[in-house]
Design a protein around this ligand. Structure first.
Ligand SMILES: NC(=O)c1ccc[n+]([C@@H]2O[C@H](COP(=O)([O-])OP(=O)(O)OC[C@H]3O[C@@H](n4cnc5c(N)ncnc54)[C@H](O)[C@@H]3O)[C@@H](O)[C@H]2O)c1
Length: 335
């Protein structure tokens, strides 16, 4: 199987690439290394079945280089992270809308199937008890750049659906809910690596707002195999499928749990949203996935616990000096 991965040097992309190589695929990556890093691919960079192209998905020629000849494409390249979206709304919109159109078109021309990564941000401020895929979207003003990511990913989904209906492109969409794990960087506002990093350094854990907003975190090691199974399942074509964690936790409780699991002396500091992201920032109070469809389609069962996730992130070599992290899991999870 020949597989192209856009955004393959990113957090989720690099885990996906390793998984696909292990399964025997030939893998070709395109990534512009904007938020991704070659170090994420350290374990496989010299792999004989891996090709890496440094380039942007806005460049059709570069995309064709990896997509032509592929049996399937995983499209993960995107401008992600609240800070990046808020600071560079135009670049983010271009990458996330036009870049996706390029990848859709190239996949169609190659006769490849396509799995596209979308997001729970699609649901915006819909705080229902749980969100099945057909839930309504409740978005803030398009003039607030915070919502442009959700708006762009919504257009991506509509584009993908159009390519499926009008051209028969074999495309499936996964809506990821706060996927976390090793290699996720805190640089662009991701909460788990940020809080874990602060706890490891003995700094105050900065929790935004009142900290009572909740999320359902899912582990990248649970999500990646499900993405591949969805890509391979014909019944998922032309559809969007939620992939989220099964436990809901407030950010304040997450911070407390991180301190406890890592045995940190850090305290928690509440930071107003305006200070963190500028005036007018809007957050969602809660976002709970309904994973029924993924469970029925591919037996999705996100089994990794929050404590296990925290330890895996703390052990990540990019988080702190390796010596500090070595054997952390053994110490923390012993007994
Ligand atoms: N991590 C999450 O919780 C989460 C949640 C919902 C959706 N997603 C989606 O999953 C995908 C992967 O996200 P991630 O968390 O691994 O983030 P990431 O930033 O680590 O990965 C994105 C990758 O895309 C690359 N990229 C960005 N712009 C590009 C361009 N123009 N051309 C080529 N490559 C480009 C980056 O360098 C990076 O390697 C994204 O599509 C994102 O929207 C992630």
């Amino acid at each position: 199987m020949r597989t192209a991965v856009t955004g393959g040097a990113g957090f989720i992309g690099s885990h996906l690439v390793e998984y696909l190589l292990e399964r025997g695929d030939d893998v070709a990556i395109i990534d512009n290394l904007s938020t991704g890093r070659l170090e994420n691919l350290q374990a496989v960079l010299e792999h004989p079945r891996l090709t890496f192209v440094e380039g942007t998905i806005l460049d059709r020629g570069a995309v064709d280089e990896v997509v032509l000849g592929a049996d399937r494409v995983f499209h993960l390249a995107a401008a992600v992270g609240v800070h990046l979206i808020v600071d560079h709304p135009l670049d983010s919109l271009r990458t996330n809308i036009h870049g996706t159109e390029v990848v859709l078109d190239a996949s169609l021309a190659a006769g490849a199937t396509l799995l596209m990564a979308s997001t729970s941000e699609i649901y915006g401020k819909n705080a229902a008890d749980s969100l099945p895929e057909e839930s309504d979207r409740i978005l803030g003003s398009p003039l607030k750049s915070r919502w442009t990511y959700a708006a762009a990913k919504g257009i991506d989904e509509a584009f993908a659906h159009g390519y499926w209906r009008e051209f028969g492109l074999q495309v499936s969409i996964v809506r990821l809910f706060n996927t976390v794990g090793p290699r996720q960087t805190g640089r662009y506002g991701m909460v788990v690596p940020n809080l874990v990093g602060q706890a490891l350094r003995g700094q105050p854990l900065t929790v935004f707002g009142d900290g009572r907003q909740t999320r359902c975190f899912s582990y990248v090691g649970d999500v990646v195999p499900a993405m591949v199974r969805i890509a391979e399942n014909r019944r998922g074509r032309g559809q969007a499928v939620n992939l989220g964690g099964s436990f809901e936790v407030s950010i304040l409780d997450l911070a407390r749990r991180i301190i406890e699991v890592l045995g940190s002396d850090s305290k928690i500091t509440l930071v107003p949203y305006a200070q963190a992201y500028g005036e007018g920032y809007e957050d969602m109070r809660r976002r709970v996935p309904d994973n029924t469809k993924a469970r029925r389609l591919v037996g999705f069962d996100p089994a990794t616990t929050l404590d296990e996730i925290i330890v895996s992130v703390a052990e990540d070599s990019s988080m702190a000096p390796a010596a500090q992290n070595a054997g952390l899991a053994d110490q923390l999870l012993a007994g």
